[in-house]
Design a protein around this ligand. Structure first.
Ligand code: SF4
Ligand code: SF4
Length: 85
């Protein structure tokens, strides 16, 4: 199964420059044309599924407006189960 990721956009900082959109290897980013940030820009959004959580968009963003999340595989969750007794 492919790794699943998603992003969070801090609309205080996104200026709709589209740099992250052009660098996303999965091509899953787009500007949200129905929405404006407090500063009057169209913010970036995930337009479809397929984000892998690679983090390239967050590295490219000159405003540090993006936070990338990645689904933790089930095995890692099992490893931290408390032992009885
Ligand atoms: S998230 Fe960053 S790189 Fe992407 S459009 Fe907004 S300001 Fe530009
Ligand atoms: S984390 Fe990677 S795949 Fe997901 S939106 Fe950003 S650049 Fe695209």
């Amino acid at each position: 199964m492919p790794v699943k990721g998603w992003i969070e956009v801090d609309e205080r900082y996104c200026k709709g420059c589209e740099l992250c959109i052009s660098e996303c290897p999965q091509n899953v980013l787009a500007l949200d044309l129905d929405h404006l940030t407090p500063k009057g820009y169209h913010p970036v959004m995930l337009k479809m599924e397929g984000c892998t959580g690679c983090g390239i968009c967050a590295i490219m963003c000159p405003e540090a407006a993006l936070t990338v999340y990645r689904e933790v595989p089930q095995k890692a969750a099992q490893a931290v189960q408390p032992s009885g007794g």
